[in-house]
Design a protein around this ligand. Structure first.
Ligand code: FES
Ligand code: FES
Length: 127
């Protein structure tokens, strides 16, 4: 199966690979796995006191499409509020990367990782 140019570009030059300290109260961590293939994606958001995402990092153990999806998402969420980030749809990721149908679940993983990170952040704030 051929990967699109955008997938290859993100795969070869992934943006924002790495981690933040998950115990930092301003850091949200979303870790999700894809049952279909066993791939794992960790997305972390650094959120300022106004609820705006100032930075993002990811680590993904997975296929090229999963890596490209997480790389793209770290770029998209920066400067967004949590509500805006929560509104990012996997269909937009899949469209941007021209993912074929068998790779749609890779973009769903990225959407799920954003949602998991936001849930983590909200549970931290409730403490
Ligand atoms: Fe996920 Fe191959 S099925 S990397
Ligand atoms: Fe499973 Fe991409 S995340 S094949």
């Amino acid at each position: 199966m051929a990967y699109s140019e955008k997938v290859i570009e993100h795969y070869e030059n992934p943006r924002n690979v790495g981690s933040f300290d998950k115990n930092d109260p301003n850091v949200a961590t979303g870790m999700v796995g894809a049952p279909a293939c066993g791939d794992v994606m960790k997305l972390q958001l650094k959120i300022d006191d106004n609820g705006v995402i100032e930075d993002a990092k990811f680590k993904t153990y997975g296929c090229g499409s999963a890596i490209a999806s997480s790389s793209l998402v770290t770029e998209w969420v920066k400067g967004k509020t949590l509500d805006e980030a929560a509104a990012i749809k996997n269909t937009a990721i899949a469209e941007e990367l021209a993912l074929p149908p068998v790779k749609i679940h890779c973009s769903i993983l990225a959407e799920d990782a954003i949602k998991a990170a936001i849930t983590d952040y909200q549970s931290k704030q409730d403490k």
